[in-house]
Each structure stands twice: as structure tokens, then as C-alpha cells.
Design a protein around this ligand. Structure first.
Ligand SMILES: [Zn+2]
Length: 109
């Protein structure tokens, strides 16, 4: 069953020198870690989130990046940006398996 989840906001806190992650607009329930993906992992784990697709809104010094990820406890997988999740790298003359994700279309973090 696929569950719709609110996007996860991930923000770097200069004062704490840590990344924080929370669901939607509710920073009251935030999890911190030294790396952004670690913070997301702790959030999902801590809240016992069910498997599903996630949208990550990463805010680093006012620069926003949106990424797609899949949560398959206990693994957090990011859509491979190199091949855009297709698992193939389309070259000028031929197609080949994407080297970054080994054809899986996602990379584990
Ligand atoms: Zn790839």
C-alpha cells in the first residue's frame, strides 16, 4: 500500500551546526544529525514511518533543492540524479547501464 506523506523539510542550523529534518510544517517534531540524510533517516525511524515515496525539501543557506526518495525501512533510497531513476545512461551512440546506481535507478544513503 502506498501512503501519501507530507514533504520532509531538511534545514541546516548554523547555531547547532547540525541538520534538522521534520515532516511538513511541524518543526516541533524534528530530528537532528550531522548529515542531512542521517537526520531524515532518524526522523523516519523515530516516527516509525511506513514505507513509501518521499519528497525532500533541502534548505541549505537559503538555497532550496527538492529531491525524491523512497523509504524502505531500514533503507532510504534517493532517486539517481545521474539517470533520473531510469537506471540507464543514454549516450550519444549507445545506451549503457548507469554507472552511479548500477542500473537500479536509486542510490542508498
Ligand atoms: Zn543512475
Amino acid at each position: 500500500m502506498r501512503v501519501e506523506m507530507p514533504p520532509i523539510t531538511i534545514r541546516y542550523r548554523d547555531t547547532a551546526r547540525q541538520w534538522q529534518a521534520w515532516f511538513g510544517g511541524n518543526p516541533c517534531v524534528a530530528y537532528s544529525a550531522e548529515s542531512s540524510m542521517q537526520a531524515v533517516h532518524r526522523l523516519l525511524d523515530g516516527l516509525g514511518t511506513q514505507a513509501g515515496e518521499l519528497e525532500l525539501h533541502i534548505d541549505h543557506s537559503g538555497c532550496n533543492t527538492i529531491m525524491t526518495a523512497t523509504w524502505q525501512p531500514p533503507n532510504l533510497n534517493l532517486l539517481c540524479e545521474h539517470c533520473n531513476g531510469t537506471g540507464e545512461y543514454v549516450g550519444l551512440f549507445h545506451r549503457e547501464t548507469c554507472a552511479r546506481c548500477a542500473g537500479k535507478g536509486f542510490v542508498a544513503v
